[in-house]
Ligand binder design. Structure first.
Ligand SMILES: NC(=O)c1ccc[n+]([C@@H]2O[C@H](COP(=O)([O-])OP(=O)(O)OC[C@H]3O[C@@H](n4cnc5c(N)ncnc54)[C@H](O)[C@@H]3O)[C@@H](O)[C@H]2O)c1
Length: 417
C-alpha cells in the first residue's frame, strides 16, 4: 500500500484520539451501522481531500463500512494531525498528508490521491477537483460525482460550472443547513478562539478584536470573543451583514479605521488581501493577525514580508515581523486557518453533522449515478432534515409536531383577522 505520512509509530495515539472524537459523533455512528449492513458504496473508488483530523478518521471508517475503496490526502498543508494520518494508514487507508508539508508536496499528495482513479471525490476547498480538471482530465469521465465541504470550495466550483468547465456533478455540502448553520458558526467560532489562544495564550478580556467578515464563521467568532470579554469590531463589505453586526451590538467600521485600535485581527471572508499594506501601516505595536478563512491569502503576507526589516519565530505558530519604525506585528500560523494550524479544528460534535451530510450525499450520488448533469447541486432537503432529526435524538431533545389543524391552517389563505 502506497502512503506518505510523517511517522507510522504515532498510529496508536491517533487511533485513541479517533475513538475519543467518535464519542461525540452519534449520527456518524448510526450511519456507519446502517452502511455496514447495506454496503451502499461497495467497491466504489473514492479520493478524499480533507483536513486529516480525528473527525475525518471517523468519516473514513464509516465509508469503509459502506464498502468504499478510499484514499485520503490533506486539504491544507498545516492542518494534518500526524498521529491521525498514521492511524489511517494502520486502518488500511492509503494516506498522503504531513503537517507542515510545503506547497509542492501538498500538490504531489493531491496527485497521489487522484492516481487512485476515483469514481467519487470528496473535497474541502476544491483543490482536488481543480487539479483533476487541470492535470488529470482523462480521469474525469469515470467520476460519478463529488462533494464539497466549504464555502470557498463551493464558490470556486460554481465559478467552474458558470464557465462551463465543471465536468461532473458536485453536491455543495457546505450549503446544507445542518452544515453551515452549525459547523461554520459554532465550530469555527469556538475553534478559532481555541487556535489563537493555544498559539498565544492571550487574555481576550478587554482586547479590541477586529473580525473581518460577518458571515457564518465571522458571526460565530464575534459572539465567542465577546463572551470572553473582548470589545468586538466588525469589518464588512456587505451592507446587510454590516447592519446585522451593528444590531447584534458590535462596532462596525472600515478596516483602515479599525487598524488603529485592534489588538487582534481575524479574517474569515474567503476573500484576498483583506488586510493589506495600508492597514499594516496603521496598526499598533504588538497587533496579532490571524486568518480562519480557507486560504492563506486573506492577509497580504508578501506585503508584510516586504515591509518587515526582520522576522523571527517567537513561539510555535507565532511569527514576529518587525517593521522599519520598530513596530512588531505577529502573524499566527503562517496565515493559514488558525483553528486547524494551531488547534484541532472543529469539535467532533459539529463535524458529526457535516460528515453525516458528506456520507449521505456520497450515497445519494451513487444511487443517482448518470442522472445528474455536471453542475453544483444543493444537499437534498430530506438528507438535511434527517440529519437534524438524528442529531436532536442523539442529544436527547424532543420537539413538538404540527397538529392536523395547524397543518391545515398553515396551508390555507382564507383565515385572517
Ligand atoms: N476555519 C475553518 O475551519 C472554516 C470552516 C468553515 C468555513 N471556512 C472558510 O471561512 C471563510 C468564510 O466562510 P463563511 O461560511 O463565513 O462565508 P460567508 O459567505 O457566510 O461570509 C463571508 C463574509 O465575508 C464578507 N467579506 C468578503 N470580502 C470582504 C472584505 N474584503 N472585507 C470584509 N468582509 C468581506 C462577505 O460580505 C461575507 O459576509 C471561507 O473561506 C470558508 O471556506 C473556514
Amino acid at each position: 500500500m502506497d502512503y506518505h505520512i510523517k511517522d507510522k509509530s504515532l498510529a496508536e495515539q491517533g487511533r485513541l484520539r479517533i475513538e475519543w472524537a467518535g464519542r461525540e459523533m452519534p449520527v456518524i455512528k448510526l450511519i456507519r451501522q446502517r452502511f455496514a449492513k447495506e454496503k451502499p458504496l461497495k467497491s466504489v473508488r473514492m479520493s478524499a481531500c480533507l483536513h486529516i483530523t480525528t473527525e475525518t478518521g471517523n468519516l473514513a471508517l464509516a465509508l469503509k463500512e459502506a464498502g468504499a475503496d478510499l484514499v485520503l490526502c490533506a486539504s491544507n498543508p498545516l492542518s494534518t494531525q500526524d498521529d491521525v494520518a498514521a492511524a489511517l494508514v494502520e486502518f488500511g487507508f492509503p494516506t498522503f498528508a504531513i503537517k507542515g508539508e510545503d506547497n509542492q508536496t501538498y500538490y504531489k499528495h493531491i496527485i497521489s490521491a487522484l492516481e487512485h482513479r476515483p469514481q467519487l471525490t470528496v473535497d474541502d476547498g476544491a483543490d482536488l477537483v481543480s487539479t483533476a480538471h487541470r492535470e488529470k482530465t482523462k480521469l474525469l469521465a469515470d467520476i460519478i460525482g463529488g462533494t464539497e465541504e466549504t464555502t470557498t470550495g463551493v464558490i470556486r466550483l460554481k465559478n467552474m460550472a458558470r464557465d462551463g468547465k465543471l465536468k461532473y456533478p458536485i453536491i455543495a455540502v457546505n450549503d446544507a443547513k445542518t452544515k453551515h448553520f452549525f459547523d461554520n458558526r459554532y465550530g469555527t467560532g469556538q475553534s478559532t478562539i481555541d487556535g489563537i489562544t493555544r498559539a498565544t495564550n492571550v487574555l481576550w478580556a478587554g482586547k479590541n478584536v477586529v473580525i473581518c467578515g460577518y458571515g457564518w464563521c465571522g458571526r460565530g467568532v464575534a459572539r465567542r470573543a465577546q463572551g470572553l470579554g473582548a470589545v468586538v469590531v466588525v469589518v464588512e463589505v456587505d451592507p446587510i451583514a454590516a447592519l446585522e453586526a451593528a444590531m447584534d451590538g458590535y462596532k462596525v467600521m472600515p478596516l483602515i479605521e479599525a487598524a488603529r485600535i485592534g489588538d487582534i485581527f481575524i479574517t474569515l471572508t474567503g476573500d484576498i488581501n483583506v488586510i493589506d499594506k495600508a492597514h499594516f501601516a496603521k496598526m499598533k505595536d504588538g497587533a496579532i493577525l490571524a486568518n480562519s478563512g480557507h486560504f492563506n491569502v486573506e492577509i497580504n503576507i508578501p506585503a508584510l514580508e516586504k515591509l518587515a526589516k526582520s522576522r523571527r519565530q517567537i513561539r510555535a505558530f507565532v511569527d514576529e515581523y518587525t517593521l522599519a519604525d520598530k513596530r512588531r506585528l505577529f502573524l499566527l500560523g503562517e496565515g493559514r486557518l488558525i483553528n486547524l494550524a494551531a488547534a484541532e479544528g472543529h469539535p467532533a460534535s459539529v463535524m458529526d453533522m457535516s460528515f453525516a451530510d458528506q456520507a449521505l450525499c456520497l450515497e445519494h450520488l451513487v444511487k443517482n449515478k448518470g442522472k445528474l448533469k455536471p453542475n453544483v447541486y444543493p444537499v437534498p432537503e430530506e438528507i438535511d432534515n434527517e440529519i437534524g432529526r438524528l442529531k436532536l435524538k442523539a442529544m436527547n431533545i424532543s420537539i413538538d409536531t404540527l397538529t392536523r389543524e395547524q397543518k391545515k391552517y398553515l396551508a390555507s389563505w382564507e383565515e385572517g383577522t
